[in-house]
Design a protein around this ligand. Structure first.
Ligand code: PSU
Ligand code: MN
Length: 306
């Protein structure tokens, strides 16, 4: 494939791709907008280490100095984490502007998928995906992540989606656009902080090898788009449903009262839920991302043998 003129692939990542070894993409909005400093930087580095410990090479993705970067240095991760919400949050729409201005940009699930695909990376681990927001029937707030899953062939390992979203409408939207939601060792759609929601996944698969086989089959058959691999938070770190529901309701009410919308909506809600629940939700958030990194590495190992 012709190399994109804006793409920089880190040498370690390129070496793994050339050798057919597994690479796991990681997003940077979770660093800048998803967690507070310094836990965001510590977590990003720990997630990279977890991917390595499980036999794959991590490629944290961001935009800097007019380049799409697949694979960041520790210093680049530190810079993103320190700058936090002052970094531009970049979804598909924003990419050309951030490239042209040579600003620092943090990639969402959508734009991380785009850059991963350009680099030839097929797996991506994160915390939660964007989705259809509650009240979307009037706000029209639907994350660009869902459209990206429909067209870009990268599988996203996540802990489901937070119930800041309308999970039912998110599943409907994904179905319409041909995106399967796979539950790893579960029939229930995980809701990020909790292992279960009121909804079922489309397919349950119990091993990394089974997931790799379906991905390989989908892409060999020439079918466009990615897949959602929903991996429930480890039981020991799951949160009491009532506490997290109350925090989410409060955050949603505040967002509405303050007229928060557009791309500010998700970061505002994430930050408020984190603040309202104190350190509890942050500790859970960190553990579920590590858990997703492990599964993505394992699927990547299987996929490299398909
Ligand atoms: N949900 C989370 N944590 C996150 C995000 C969502 O639980 O960090 C981030 C991801 O980068 C995701 C983005 O792609 O928010 C979605 O933003 P929007 O809804 O504006 O598309
Ligand atoms: Mn939105």
């Amino acid at each position: 494939m012709e190399r994109n003129p804006f793409l920089d692939v880190a040498p370690e990542v390129q070496a793994a791709l050339t050798a057919g070894k597994p690479v796991v993409a990681l997003e940077s909005t979770i660093i800048s907008h998803g967690m507070p400093y310094p836990q965001n930087v510590q977590t990003a580095l720990q997630v990279e280490a977890e991917v390595r410990a499980h036999g794959a090479v991590p490629a944290t993705i961001a935009i800097a100095n007019g380049r799409l970067k697949a694979g960041l240095s520790t210093q680049e991760i530190e810079t993103l984490g320190q700058a936090g919400r002052s970094v531009v949050k970049v979804s598909r729409r924003d990419i050309p502007f951030v490239l042209a201005s040579k600003a620092l940009g943090a990639t969402t699930v959508a734009s991380t998928m785009i850059v991963a695909h350009m680099a030839g990376i097929r797996l991506f681990a994160t915390g939660g995906i964007g989705g259809v927001h509650r009240g979307a029937e009037t706000s029209f707030d639907v994350s660009a992540d869902l459209q990206e899953l429909a067209k870009t062939p990268v599988a996203v390992v996540c802990a489901g989606a937070k119930s800041i979203l309308d999970l039912r409408l998110t599943l409907e939207y994904l179905e319409t656009h041909g995106v399967a939601v796979v539950g790893y060792q579960t029939d229930a759609l995980p809701a990020f902080f909790t292992r279960e929601s009121d909804f079922k996944v489309d397919y349950r698969l119990d091993t990394p090898a089974a997931i790799a086989q379906v991905l390989s089959t989908k892409w060999s058959a020439g079918l466009a788009g990615g897949m959602v691999i929903a991996n429930p938070i480890p039981q020991a770190y799951a949160m009491p449903k009532a506490a997290i529901d109350a925090a989410i309701e409060q955050a949603l009410a505040e967002a509405q009262a303050q007229g928060i919308g557009g791309k500010e909506s998700t970061p505002f809600l994430l930050a408020r839920v984190c603040e309202i629940t104190g350190g509890d939700s942050l500790a859970s958030n960190i553990q579920l991302v590590l858990n997703n990194a492990r599964l993505a590495a394992a699927v990547g190992l299987s996929l490299s043998q398909c």
